[in-house]
Design a protein around this ligand. Sequence first.
Ligand code: GCB
Length: 643
Amino acid sequence: DLFGGMLYPRESESREIKSLDGVWKFRTAPVGEIDSGFEGKWVESGLSYVGGAGPLLDMPVPSSFNDITTNASLRDYYGWAWYEKSFFAPSSWSKGLRVFLRFGSAHYFTKVWVNGKAVMNHTGGHLPFEAEVTPFLSFGATGANILTVVINNTLTPHTIPQGSVQYKYDPDKYPPGYVVYSYTFDFFNYAGIHRPVLLYTTPRTYIEDITINTTITDGKAEVAFDIGVNLDDNSVQPPPDCEVSLIDGSTDGAFLDEEIALSRATGCAGILNVPNPKLWWPYTMHPEPGHLYTLKVRLITEECCGDVYRLPVGIRTIYWNETSFLINDKPVYLRGFGRHEDSHIRGKGLDLPLVTRDHSLLRWVGANSYRTSHYPYAEEIMDFADRMGFLIVDECPGVNLDNFDDELLERHKVVMSELVRRDKNRASVVMWSIANEPRSQKKAADAYFRAVVNHTKTLDPSRPITMATAQSWSVVEHVKTLDTSRPVTSAINKPFRTDKAAQHLDIIGVNRYNSWYSDTGHLEVIQQAVESEMTRWNEKFNKPIFMSEYGADAVSGLHTLPESVWTEDYQVTLMKNHFKAFDNLRAKGFFIGEMIWNFADFATAQGTTRVVGNKKGVFTRERQPKASARLLRERYLELAEKL
Ligand code: GCB
């Protein structure tokens, strides 16, 4: 059970926000330093205390720490990394308020102290965490506060995602105790305080959670709401009631006048009626995509200042059946991308100019959707999707999972709970993706993914559950139906192993790299391979299918005629051949979308199959177009016209 609703911090007449972003002090722990002893040194004495550790550095927050300096050992660092920041708490905050300290995310394991007192731990990157810190703060002239944070980016078989520590014993090659950290997923394991850190205040009795659900019947909308209120322990007042109103327009810019509220209600759970709703539509399906309302919640207290929170709300419905996926009762064809939070220098640190550029490119290219591969993206990114009308397949960090056991399952469930808690009210979020390319041919994957799906359904029955699979239905089974008289050899069995997770999903995503990882250089096999495989997925499971990844690496500026692997020309022809298959599949009625891998080039661990990172982007890492981006734009805009 998670505490609170983790509402995105929004200022209001009752809430104040103070950003702690900026340049912090930073120091890595001495090599071999383990989880004991260090607290005494650096929490009590401050990071300036010299304890045989790495140098004291300037470290921007938010950012990954890996690419900030010129030091390879910091780029590849594993272990405890310390951060410190001092700040003042205004004296106006000292009475009658709560002060929360919130991290948008930090990777992977985090411990936080305020003025030497432990205030919270959090496990897992990509999701927010917070704690009330009121009792630990010095207010006003009593002096500055010290915030100390330590993170550890070591991944294990029981973290999500997983990683491992390999001990290298060969005395001819390695010094004693030599270890290498590794992981199988294909993006750099950036670490650091990746998203904003802030303090925000609420009244003692405050709005802790809001859950909304929108339905539309005969052109009339209902917005059902359920508000969680956290009471002031010291108060003798009765619990407050809630005053709820719906205002047209989002909270951007000037605050909206509640006089113009379209609908009002009193009570902390109930329904608001909206007679002529402006629906939230995906990009290109309406002249005004991403229309948002504001749900204003105010606690009615006897004192002056009940808590006020404004939640952006999009009114739309989601429906799916065996063949289709519908928004507002209209079938949708996904034209999108797999993406990453990734860029030069800052790694996975939130960077608003980059995010804004990305969404401008998404519009330019005519996309209507993306998958948050392979982890939840920053809330500031999700705000763009809500406002612009991008459909989001919201993925948890379960990438390339292997070795399914109870401990991993428990972690996976917590991650899903945290993800749904954070994103449940977002109009843009239209599917939950519980994993990417797990080793789901394994026997244990069956019960494991059934449990993850069931858990997610109890959290949110309103959205379909998907996953990007790379396993397949059994070819052996298929060949046997064609010819029962002969045995099927293992040679056929090998490349396709039977997936055990897809049966539990609502919608199946398939990742497949025809003419790249298989049949390399043979562009002519794509059309038939894609058409038959997607068709069989549908025949086997009777569910909507989308291609959640396909693509080819292309080093920007590399050309050959005829086309060969790694050139822009090869990437373009590979895409054209996929498009032929997609068009035929679309005509069959169960194929609901295409998401090319990847939006932009991105960093990976070093390896012989990567050229300074993965080059499957249709944009470079600098967000400039390759030839493929222009081709994709033609297609996506044409599909936007047609569908
Ligand atoms: C995949 C993974 C993705 C990789 C991609 C590739 O199947 O899901 O994370 O980056 O292939 O380029 O190999």
